[in-house]
Design a protein around this ligand. Structure first.
Ligand code: NAP
Length: 297
């Protein structure tokens, strides 16, 4: 990416994506900067641009988006707010999902070669980059092409310089390993948080493979156990003079050295709190007690 905006040197709390990209341990998920139900434009365009610039100026080096957020408007917004990009900013985007309209249930997956090829080329065009640093297959769900063929398409796009690194989103461990037999996989992402460990097996597989793992909805606490989890984490938060959300984020960083949570927010204040979570030192006992609040998937 072109280097124009300079920033202060980053803290050493970083990890590597493959061997050539370095990112800080807390990223930013941009999905909320869309309309209701992740459809259309975010209503406050100036506010969204100011927030994205605040995120970049604060030193975040990983922003997560997807062509289906909007669709397209989220990538275009990131471009309009931040292009030309800081040289150390990794923008991860995804292809393979489509929306049939405002109704979220129209979300569907497509994986055939021409579709994925067009998607990657158009994401690069919307983001204004020659090469997309990290490109995820958005799911392992598409059935219009064999999964292995979808991975082969991404490998071809990588060989052609359209994408630099390949990531996998919402895939099974079997799919993750099948993909790794075809091409290097640099990252994986799945839902994983205090109350939902759906992504646990994928986290373990990513860790074993040395791939970055981006837990999404990283600080969400939902479901039947929410009240119990909040009650258990509250005293830890109080001890660290932090919020429960911050402890949830700090837990990810302690849980795995390959984890880079990508919390989403529309608020600069919340963003600052989320970034500050990287400085919280939890004890081994605290980490273990939070991990054991519910069973891993
Ligand atoms: N791969 C996939 O299939 C997939 C699926 C879903 C999401 N994702 C990615 O993961 C990212 C995160 O998910 P998400 O956007 O749904 O966000 P999220 O991290 O699950 O949380 C968003 C919610 O948390 C609130 N929040 C954020 N920081 C807070 C804080 N410090 N204190 C209190 N509340 C706070 C936000 O409200 P405010 O706006 O008021 O702060 C918002 O209501 C997405 O942006 C997207 O990039 C990927």
């Amino acid at each position: 990416m072109s280097t124009v905006r300079n920033r202060e040197p980053r803290s050493d709390n970083t990890i590597k994506i493959a061997d050539d990209l370095v990112v800080g341990r807390v990223g930013y998920g941009a999905m909320q900067l869309t309309g209701p139900q992740v459809w259309g434009e975010y209503p406050d365009r100036d506010g969204a641009i100011a927030l994205l610039r605040h995120v970049a100026d604060a030193g975040v080096t990983l922003i997560d988006t997807a062509d289906v957020y909007g669709p397209h408007s989220n990538e275009l917004l990131i471009h309009d707010a931040l292009h030309p990009y800081p040289n150390d900013l990794v923008i991860a985007t995804k292809g393979g999902f489509v929306r049939g309209g405002f109704d979220y249930s129209t979300l569907d997956a497509i994986g055939n070669r021409n579709y994925l090829r067009q998607s990657a080329h158009m994401s690069a065009r919307r983001l204004g980059v020659e090469t997309i640093d990290l490109y995820y297959l958005h799911s392992g769900r598409a059935i219009d092409a064999p999964f292995e063929d979808q991975i082969a398409t991404l490998a071809e796009l990588r060989d052609q310089g359209v994408i630099r690194h390949i990531g996998l989103s919402n895939v099974s461990v079997e799919q993750f390993e099948a993909a790794r037999a075809i091409v290097d996989i640099a990252a994986a992402t799945a839902q994983y948080n205090l109350s939902s460990r759906l992504g646990g097996p994928l986290l373990a597989a990513a860790e074993a493979a040395g791939a970055m793992f981006c837990p999404y909805h990283p600080a969400a606490i939902d479901g039947d156990n929410a009240a119990v989890i909040r009650a258990a984490v509250a005293p830890i938060a109080e001890l660290h003079q932090a919020t429960i959300q911050q402890i949830a984020l700090a837990w990810h960083l302690h849980r795995s050295s390959v984890s880079v949570p990508i919390p989403g927010t529309t608020s600069a204040g919340h963003f600052d709190e989320n970034l500050a979570a990287a400085r919280i030192d939890l004890s081994l006992e605290e980490v273990q007690s939070i991990t054991e609040l519910i069973a891993e998937a």
